[in-house]
Design a protein around this ligand. Structure first.
Ligand SMILES: Cc1cc2nc3c(=O)[nH]c(=O)nc-3n(C[C@H](O)[C@H](O)[C@H](O)COP(=O)(O)OP(=O)(O)OC[C@H]3O[C@@H](n4cnc5c(N)ncnc54)[C@H](O)[C@@H]3O)c2cc1C
Length: 422
């Protein structure tokens, strides 16, 4: 039977579109190129260790995630606010949010991350952003994060180098902090207004939950679309499907770029996993390498955040490298071990390297981001539509929102057509 809508791509945007269409009573067929849904939010299970697709977290304050996800069912495990800072002289200390984690009051007060004024400015910024709506944040003039940290927010160079640079490089996946200040403010607000979490069984629980309740026969995996000719799609095995409405929910450098003018610049990352029986970081905290010329950017014992990530008695260490690094993996691992020895001692040499994942297309470039999708960005032409994080910004929130909005548009058009017919 011909579906009313074909969705190409089973990442968070395609799945959210499917959920919205289902809620609107419109039938669809979702075609996913790979063997399982989830797109960039996946978790491979290897020998009972759970390996996420890059270091990813859910910010529970994301409005769109709250709309679609059942957080209790995801069994979210949370990070402590703030970070453990690893300084070039081999010392480390901690900066946190004493209002939400009282135990971090003294460590934060005495942290070498910056002066007292810097710490007060963090509180001031949190307050400022709590008074702004997300829409207002995204209406601000688009300048880089780097430009506002000192000039507008008044943070000292030390505070920027020791906290903001490694923290936000790990989020934006670029080291120059060229990402729009709108994204900085949005993410800062989300960190301040909710928790930073992962599902106990890995990030893939998120797309799995979105797909629960969708009709199984409406999702085809291993179905790579090679061509779209008017209202017919052709898969790599030569089979065809047709529908009056087609939503392209691929990443920007995928099929969508052939039909729409999209931003195809992107950020890359490398994610390393090590196994050890002695966790290098006991608290559920992200550690930041504050060396200006660092290789490893952020480190955490992910199994100390969520026990489900490793079998009992073992620990999984997650290490992120920002950007592409053009050296052989074996050299990269050696360099990372050498770097981390400074803070975690000779034991680092005993960690078992378990997995390396090089992610070429991780996030869309975010020098320009927005909160409002323009109609022509969702609708490429009559019968052909697009969604995906690249339309707004690189986040779980944005990808889900574009999926919902494109499906709402399609639903309106389908209902309009039915009304016109009757
Ligand atoms: C390393 C990393 C870290 C991140 N960290 C965070 C974070 O901490 N917090 C946060 O909020 N966000 C984070 N993100 C961003 C977030 O994961 C993405 O914004 C979101 O998953 C994008 O979803 P999407 O549906 O737009 O695209 P995708 O997930 O890329 O989905 C596109 C889908 O289309 C499929 N496809 C492509 N071509 C075809 C074809 N021809 N036929 C059929 N199917 C096709 C693909 O296989 C894929 O499943 C991170 C991303 C990465 C990679």
């Amino acid at each position: 039977m011909t579906p009313t809508v074909i969705i190409i791509g089973g990442g968070l945007s395609g799945l959210t579109a499917a959920r919205q269409l289902q809620a609107d009573g419109i039938d669809f067929l979702l075609l996913e190129a790979t063997e399982r849904i989830g797109g960039r939010v996946k978790t491979d299970v290897v020998d009972s260790f759970r390996l996420d697709y890059g270091f990813q977290v859910l910010l529970t304050a994301y409005p769109e995630a709250k709309r679609w996800l059942d957080y209790n069912e995801l069994n979210l495990q949370t990070f402590l606010p703030g970070a453990l800072l690893l300084y070039p002289d081999g010392t480390k200390d901690r900066i946190g949010d004493p209002f939400r984690d009282p135990g971090s009051f003294f460590p934060t007060l005495f942290s070498n991350a910056g002066g007292l004024i810097d710490k007060l400015r963090i509180l001031q910024l949190k307050f400022r952003l709590s008074k702004m709506s997300i829409a207002e944040i995204f209406e601000q003039k688009e300048v880089s994060t780097k430009e506002i940290l000192a000039r507008e927010y008044g943070f000292s160079p030390k505070m920027i180098e020791r906290f903001f640079a490694p923290f936000y490089s790990g989020i934006f996946l670029e080291k120059k902090l060229a990402t729009s200040r709108r994204m900085f403010d949005f993410v800062f607000k989300m960190f301040g207004e909710g928790q930073t979490a992962v599902p106990n069984l890995g990030m893939e629980e998120i797309p799995k939950q979105l797909a629960q309740g969708l009709p199984k026969e409406a999702i085809l995996t291993g179905a790579k679309v090679n061509r779209i000719d008017r209202q017919t799609v052709t898969l790599s095995d030569g089979s065809n499907f047709s529908a009056p409405h087609i939503i392209v929910a691929t990443e920007a450098i995928g099929l969508v770029k052939e039909f729409a003018s999209v931003n195809i610049e992107y950020q890359s990352t490398i994610h390393l996993h090590f196994i050890t029986d002695k966790p290098p970081i006991n608290l559920p905290l992200i550690a930041l390498n504050t060396f200006p010329k660092r290789i490893s950017n952020n480190i955490c014992t992910i199994s100390n955040v969520a026990k489900g990530y490793a079998p009992d008695g073992q620990h999984l260490v997650s290490i992120s490298i920002v950007g592409p690094v053009n050296i052989p993996t074996s050299d990269l691992i050696k360099q990372v071990r050498k770097e981390l020895e400074l803070w975690f001692g000779k034991e680092v040499q005993d960690w078992q390297h378990f997995h390396t994942r090089k992610i070429h297309y991780a996030l869309p470039d975010q020098r320009k981001v927005q909160n409002k999708i323009l109609g022509h960005q969702l609708k490429i032409r009559d019968g052909l539509y697009a969604c995906g994080d690249f339309l707004l910004n690189g986040s779980i929130n944005a990808s889900m929102r574009t999926g919902r909005q494109v499906a709402e548009l399609v639903s309106q058009e389908v209902v309009g057509l039915i009304n016109n017919r009757s």
